[in-house]
Design a binder for this molecule. Structure first.
Ligand code: ATP
Length: 548
């Protein structure tokens, strides 16, 4: 079944999953609010992650040695950190994109999102024209059909005897170096003149206290990870964890994305679920593979079909300067072309880059080595904390800097993937037996915002009373439940199918006479009769069967 983002976005708004932020004022681009059902769904996503990583984590066999339990602990660090954290980590200097604006239509583009096709004269090889088009980074193939047409037309103007070369605007500008004879790259939207590329740091700036100017400047964190690195020593000293161990955190991050888009896929305020796993350097590759596979399985276990989910290893030239291995878990979001995938989570082998940066200062690559970057006076460009962040292994009596494996996931991108995957349309007979289109959100029961809905079949006291009692009993047992007595029963089923409630319980004549109710399964539509005093236990057992 093909699903469109329009249908999904409309359902999210209609049923209270996700709203545009500041909607009544026309919205604020790149920011989103979660409505009542979206809040529950996202909370369930976060809980599933935290349970898998920390609370229910019970792994005792390590891939790289004798079986022994390893510890996973949580942490909650603040959104604003000391500005030097971002200087040492490299975000202050490196966490930026280049952008250009169109002087005519005022469109703003990321330079690396504009692709150029340079046409050169076949005889002289001199460039004669430069066509631009927008590469949708979430759609690597880049060209929409309309853009393709425009491009073909432009290409034809120069006839066949041309040589063409395709490269990003970034590379085109570098290769021409501002030469006056080079064809000008125009706005891909309106052909207007583009400004020179301007550097744009993605970190949101704010001011601490009453100090204006540089001294008071601080940043909203663009990732949660640094909270774990700067607290590495605090955690080791206070909780006496031994290598290997992980520190996990869920929290808000902020990036001033130049082009936020694709619903909650790329926004300016979002939530991350990150874990830093510290281990011995010689065991790090085994751990990298372990986390990479385990994180892929988490999405699959929670209902994402393997047809829509891939684990993609980064090519060498895609790796960050510190990473010795990275893989992305990617999902086939409906806003992408067939065969395209968007990042859900990155699992990176970060070596000792982060702990060393916070000890020594900002690191840069020099050949195979990471060395402290120096300024023109030979001094460290950005100093680290100067604190000792090494680990002492009391068994082997060695002191060393642990290596780090980082699975970094986005709670919003995961929630969006679960929503897209769950969205299903089918046809079912209505109360009168005629076929009706049904929209059903086939959420994994652990993620479903409402687990059970209680319906008295008709509005009669002998049914309303037991229904209300059962609803309260479910709630007291901690099972997210709803109660609805209005409208035809078929309509109530359909309303709950549309929000993904896995179990609908109906109180009917047999409840009054025999003390039984029906439990209807959202996906199979089968109805089981169960004694009313066994409902909580039955639902609990069914939910427990799904634990991942
Ligand atoms: P992208 O290449 O898509 O910009 P990234 O590689 O910069 O993402 P990371 O820095 O690895 O992302 O962040 C880890 C995770 O945080 C991502 O896999 C994604 O799930 C989430 N994330 C990052 N940026 C955003 C954003 N702007 N909106 C929503 N989620 C985000």
């Amino acid at each position: 079944m093909s699903k469109s983002m329009e249908q999904i976005v409309a359902l999210c708004k209609r049923r209270g999953f996700i709203f545009q932020n500041s909607d009544i004022y026309g919205g604020q681009q790149g920011f989103w609010d979660f409505g009542p059902l979206g809040t529950e769904l996202k909370r369930n996503v976060r809980n599933a992650w935290y349970n898998s990583m920390v609370t229910q984590h019970d792994e005792i066999s390590t891939p790289a040695g004798a079986p022994s339990p390893f510890q996973m602990v949580g942490i909650e660090t603040s959104i604003i950190m000391h500005p030097n954290v971002w200087k040492a980590s490299g975000h202050f200097d490196l966490f930026h994109d280049f952008m250009v604006d169109c002087k005519s239509c005022k469109s703003r583009f990321r330079v690396d999102h504009i692709q150029t096709r340079v046409l050169a004269d076949a005889a002289t090889q001199a460039p004669v024209a430069c066509e631009t088009y927008i590469v949708d980074v979430e759609n690597e193939s880049g060209l929409s059909k309309a853009q393709q047409k425009r491009l073909d037309k432009a290409g034809n103007e120069y006839g066949k005897p041309t040589i063409e070369q395709t490269m990003s605007l970034d590379n085109y500008l570098k290769s021409t170096g501002g030469s006056a004879s080079a064809p000008v790259a125009h706005c891909p939207a309106c052909h207007g003149q583009l400004t020179d590329p301007r550097e744009f740091n993605l970190m949101f700036k704010t001011t601490i206290g009453a100090l204006a100017g540089e001294e008071g400047t601080a940043f909203l964190r663009p990732e949660t990870a640094q909270g774990m690195f700067v607290n590495f020593k605090n955690v080791v000293d206070s909780s006496r964890v031994k290598l290997p161990f992980g520190i996990a955190q869920i929290g808000k991050s902020f990036r001033n994305e130049i082009t936020p888009r694709n619903f909650i896929f790329r926004s300016r305020e979002f939530e991350q679920m990150e874990m830093e796993f510290f281990c011995r350097p010689e065991e790090s590759f085994e751990w990298y593979k372990y986390w990479r596979d385990r994180r892929y399985k988490w999405y699959a276990d929670l209902g994402i079909s393997k047809d829509n989910l891939i684990l993609r290893d980064h090519a060498k030239d895609e790796l960050s300067h510190y990473s010795v291995g990275t893989a992305d878990v990617e999902y086939a979001y409906p806003f992408l072309e067939q065969g395209e995938y968007g990042e859900l989570e990155g699992i990176a082998h970060r070596g000792d880059f982060d702990l060393r940066s916070h000890m020594e200062g900002k690191l840069v690559r020099q050949g195979d080595e990471l060395v402290v970057e120096k300024d023109e006076n030979g001094q460290p460009r950005h100093r680290g904390s100067g604190k000792d962040l090494t680990y002492f292994d009391d068994q082997t009596r060695e002191r060393f800097v642990p290596h780090v494996i980082e699975p970094a996931a986005g709670a919003d991108r995961a929630t969006l993937a679960f929503i897209c995957e769950a969205y299903t349309e089918d046809e079912q007979p209505d109360d009168k037996g005629s076929m009706q289109k049904r929209t059903v959100m086939k959420f994994h029961p652990l993620l479903a915002p409402v687990k059970a809905a209680v319906f008295p079949l008709i509005k009669k006291e002998e049914m309303l009373g037991p229904a209300a009692d059962l609803y309260r009993e479910l709630k007291r047992a901690g099972i997210a439940s709803a109660y609805a007595h209005q409208g035809a029963i078929g309509r109530r089923y359909r309303q709950h199918d549309e929000i993904g409630t896995p179990f609908c319980i109906t109180i009917d004549g047999d409840t009054v006479d025999k003390g039984t109710v029906t439990i209807r399964d959202r996906d199979t539509l089968e109805q089981d009769r169960v004694p009313v005093d066994k409902v909580v236990e039955t639902i609990r057992t069914r939910l427990d069967n799904y634990v991942v």
